[in-house]
Write a protein that binds this ligand. Structure first.
Ligand code: BEZ
Ligand code: FE
Length: 329
């Protein structure tokens, strides 16, 4: 007697005896294939493969996948792999536009509203970001609308994190990173590694970034075009902030009036990360900070969880059961 129940994922799960040795059938395909992984030694790998098979088979049954559609999908994945090089990761881009990167990021960096939320890393981070002094101008080619960026890094009780490392990078006013325009922008333009002062404060001079398209000249771009989606990300600055004894945060600050704020191609926007970037028209202040008047000003404070703090529990959403065609009841 098989006992089927609806799992939290909404997919019907068998709790019955193993399907090992059972011949393949449309009705029991997932159970038969899952049983082939029953002896997988690492329990986590067994769990991952069993769940993957269940969901994959449920999908194929749900849409009654045709052979032609299956061939198109295989061809798409093949081309996605062929597009990958040392500097281009088309599979991560695919994960990004499907919202999987953001989901993995969010699940693994829950904040419970107590610390700065994270978002995707993206492909334009440099492992060896150029070291800068507080107040430096990272806008090496002096193009664009000047912007003073400042903030404070604190722990969960408001304690300032002196010496926190603040790694920043951003696109220029035309929507390009330095690595995308090696013949136009100076190397290291609009990026830098800062050390926060004794009060956890950092500040530097830069420009207001512009929205830009993710790389869309490959299979992922074709997917976006075929589905009527645009490839753009709203204007943002990237941050990775670390401090000994605290959980690092990889995040962005988004410019509040940017185009595409409500339709980021990679779903990276979180409301808590959006900031106004007002114009400051104050010649004395401009002279003080070393920018032309008027300039724009962006304040972004970050709070890091302590490394030994338990990650906050998940906030379970209402799960709607998925109807699995052909599943036993
Ligand atoms: C970025 O913000 O740099 C980015 C993120 C995901 C995909 C492409 C670019
Ligand atoms: Fe970016």
């Amino acid at each position: 007697m098989r006992d089927a129940k609806i799992h939290a994922s909404g997919v019907t799960q068998e709790t019955a005896a193993s399907a090992r040795g059972e011949l393949f059938s449309e009705e029991r395909s997932a159970e038969v294939v899952a049983a082939s992984f029953e002896d997988t030694p690492p329990p986590r790998l067994r769990q991952l493969l069993t769940s993957l098979v269940r969901h994959l088979h449920a999908f194929v049954k749900d849409v009654e996948l045709t052979e032609q559609e299956w061939a198109v999908a295989i061809n798409f994945l093949t081309r996605t792999g062929q597009m990958c090089t040392d500097v281009r990761q088309e599979f991560i881009l695919l994960s990004d536009v499907l919202g999987v990167s953001m989901l993995v990021e969010t699940i693994n960096h829950r904040t419970g509203g107590t610390s700065t939320e994270s978002t995707v890393l993206g492909p334009f981070h440099m492992v060896d970001s150029p070291k800068r002094e507080l107040g430096d101008n990272i806008n090496l080619d002096a193009k664009g609308t000047p912007c003073l960026v400042a903030g404070q890094v604190t722990g969960p009780d408001g304690e300032p994190l002196a010496g926190a490392v603040v790694d920043v990078w951003q696109a220029n006013e035309d929507g390009f990173y330095d690595v995308q325009q090696p013949d136009i922008q100076p190397p290291g333009n609009l990026r830098g590694l800062f050390i926060a002062d004794a009060a956890g404060r950092f500040w530097f001079r830069s420009v207001v970034p512009r929205y830009y398209p993710i790389p869309d000249d490959g299979p992922v771009g074709q997917l976006l075009a075929a589905t009527g989606r645009h490839p753009n990300r709203p204007a943002h600055l990237h941050f990775i902030v670390t401090a000994p004894g605290y959980r690092p945060v990889t995040t962005h600050v988004f410019v509040a009036d940017s185009t595409y704020l409500d339709s980021d191609a990679v779903f990276g926007v979180k409301e808590s990360l959006v900031r106004d970037v007002p114009e400051v028209d104050d010649p004395a202040r401009a002279t003080e900070v070393g920018l032309a008047n008027p300039f724009r000003a962006l304040t972004f404070d970050l709070t890091l969880l302590r490394a030994d703090q338990a990650p906050p529990a998940a906030q379970p959403a209402e799960v709607q059961p998925t109807v699995v065609r052909g599943a036993p009841s």
